[in-house]
Design a protein around this ligand. Sequence first.
Ligand SMILES: *Cc1c(COP(=O)(O)O)cnc(C)c1O
Length: 395
Amino acid sequence: MTTPSFNPPVRTLMGPGPSDVHPRILEALSRPTIGHLDPVFVDMMEQTKGLLQYVFQTENPLTMPVSAPGSAGMETCFVNLVEPGDKVIVCQNGVFGGRMKENVERCGGVPVMVEDEWGKSVDLGKVEAALETNSDAKILAFVHAETSTGARSDAKELVELAHRHDCLTIVDAVTSLGGSELKVDDWGIDTIYSGTQKCLSCTPGIAPISFNERALDKVRNRQSKVQSWFLDLNLVMGYWGSGQKRAYHHTAPVNALYGLHESLCILQAEGIESAWQRHNKMHTALKAGLEAMGLSFIVDESHRLPQLNAVSIPEGVDDAMVRSRLLNEYNLEIGAGLGALAGKVWRIGLMGHSARAENILLCMGALEAVLSEMNAPINTGVALAAMQQVLSSEK
Ligand SMILES: *Cc1c(COP(=O)(O)O)cnc(C)c1O
C-alpha cells in the first residue's frame, strides 16, 4: 500500500493565525530552490532585510528573519538580552506574557510580573510603579497586540517609561506587524519580534526581528555566552549581517524566504499605512455586522485590535459545535478562546490577506446561518445591511 499525497481542503482562515496566504505567495514558494549562499539568493536576502525595515518602520541594520516561527523570535530577544541574574519586568495581560516569563526564567533572569486582566491593555501606572520599585531592572517586556484577547497596548508610552528608567525593551509584535500602526524607530523600540503567518499573510515558520544599537551593545558585551547556539545573534550576524562575507551558519529555509519576500513586496506595493487602514475598515464593517447580530466585544473600543476580534459566545450556544460546523459546512476557520477565555469567546481574525470584504461577508453569512439553525439568541437578517453601509463608505 502506498500513501497518497496530502491534499488539504481550501479553507478561509479567520482565526488567530495562520491567515489566508495570498496566491502570489504560494506561487513564489514553488519557484526553484537554489543554494543559500548563491549570490542571487544573497541579493534576495538583502532585499528582504530592506523590506522588513520598511514594514517595521526602522533603519536598524540588524533587521532580519529568524529561520523559525514567532516563538523563536521571542526566544531570540530573550536569550540574547537576558543574562543570568538580570531583572526583567514582564507585562502579562493574556497568554503570551506568560511565555515571556518562562523565557526570562530559562535564561536565568528574574522576572517581575505586572499583571492585568485578560482583555485589558497593559496598565501604564502599574508598569511605572514596578520600574520605580525595581530600579535595578534591566529590561521591560510586553506584548503589543495580545492575540489571546484582541487588546492593544500602548507601545510608544511603555517604551518611553522603560527608557526613563534605563531599561531596554522587548516588544512582541507578532500580531501587530502589518495590521496596525507600529513604528519601531519613532517609538524607540530596542528589540522586536514578529511572525509571518499573521498580518503578513505568509506561511508560518519565519520570525522577523529587529534590534537597535543599544540592544546590540548589550548583546556584544555579555559576560556569559548566549545559552542557545542557534539563536545567538553574535553568530547569526555572520550569516545575515551586512558588509561582511557571508559564512555558513545554518541552511536558510530557501523557499520559505521566497514566500516572505513576496509577501513583503505585496505589502510594500499596497503601502504600510494603507494596510493599517484596510484592517481598520474591515474591522469596522465586521463589528457593525456582529453588533447588529447582537454579539458583543470583550475588549473596550479604545484599545481594540482591528485584526483580532474577540466576541462573547451567546448564552447557551455550543462553542465547539459552531466552530466545527463553520469548518465542515463552510470551510471557514474562526478561533476558539485560549486559557482564561476558553469556551467564552470566539476570536475572529482579520489578518493580512484575510482582511477582505469577501471574507467578512462569508464569515457573517455562515455564522448567522449556523447560529439561527441552532436557535441561538441572535438578531437575524440585519448584519449584512450593517456591514454594507461601512463597506460602501469612503474611508
Ligand atoms: C502567534 C503568536 C506568537 C507565537 O508565534 P508562533 O509563530 O506561533 O510561534 C507569539 N506572540 C503572539 C502575540 C502571537 O500572536
